[in-house]
Write a protein of this length. Structure first.
Length: 230
């Protein structure tokens, strides 16, 4: 199960390769850091502030990751995580650049770390594939499936105000961009996906995508655009 493997890799990277569980600075410097160390646009999702932070994120990812992996396959899931992590970073840096331009100071509570922004992006991609009237249970409370990520974000903001609302909101934006088809250009080249699938084919736990490359692109936004143009 590559979704589980990714979970183990993130946890191992946190413990073995990085200084584990350092509380991030509250200095808002995402823009400056990413301009000088652009690799952090991807690697920041591997760093967590505490052991509970890491455990909760990996538990959440194992569930949504396995569900999406059954649709797009193991290589497709890896591609999805990478694209969403980079898109989330782009959204955060763009927000900080706008704040710096208009107010001359950043208001983002950063730097922001952890895998939860990617998890919110995955929740968004999954929720936008749901039927319009579908509902899901959130702690026993039925909510519209397509609104699930936003309801979860608001609930988290109310119950855990110290959590990264900016990072999670950026994840929802990244997931929406992917679902709208705006990130097709950022996907792995088809030949790379084909070669990776050929290399991994037959290995235990490997899942080949059963649907095409656009399996996770939703028609929600195209339908909305058509209705607005009427």
């Amino acid at each position: 199960m590559p979704a589980l493997l990714l979970t183990v890799i993130v946890a191992a990277t946190q413990v073995l390769l990085l200084q584990p569980f350092q509380r991030p600075s509250r200095k808002g410097d995402e823009l400056a850091v990413l301009l000088l160390q652009s690799y952090r646009a991807l690697t920041h999702v591997l760093v967590h502030a505490s052991l509970p932070h890491l455990i909760f994120n990996m538990y959440s990812f194992s569930g949504i990751g396995e569900r999406l992996e059954r649709v797009v396959g193991s290589v497709g899931l890896l591609q999805l995580v990478v694209v969403l992590a980079l898109a989330k970073s782009f959204v955060l840096v763009s927000c900080e650049a706008l704040l710096l331009f208009y107010s001359r100071q950043s208001r983002l509570p950063g730097p922001l770390v952890g895998f939860s922004g990617v998890i919110f992006a995955l929740f968004t991609v999954d929720s936008l594939l749901a039927h319009p009237g579908a509902q899901v249970s959130l702690f026993g409370m039925p909510v519209p499936a397509r609104a699930f990520p936003v309801v979860l974000l608001v609930m988290q903001w109310v119950l855990f105000p110290f959590a990264s609302v900016w990072g999670h909101a950026a994840g929802i934006a990244a997931g929406s961009m992917f679902s709208a088809g705006l990130l097709k250009w950022a996907r792995f080249p088809a030949v790379v996906v084909k070669d990776l699938e050929s290399f991994l084919s037959g290995r235990e736990g490997f899942i080949r995508g059963r649907l095409g490359r656009d399996a996770l692109v939703s028609n929600v936004f195209s339908d909305l655009w058509r209705s607005l143009r009427r």
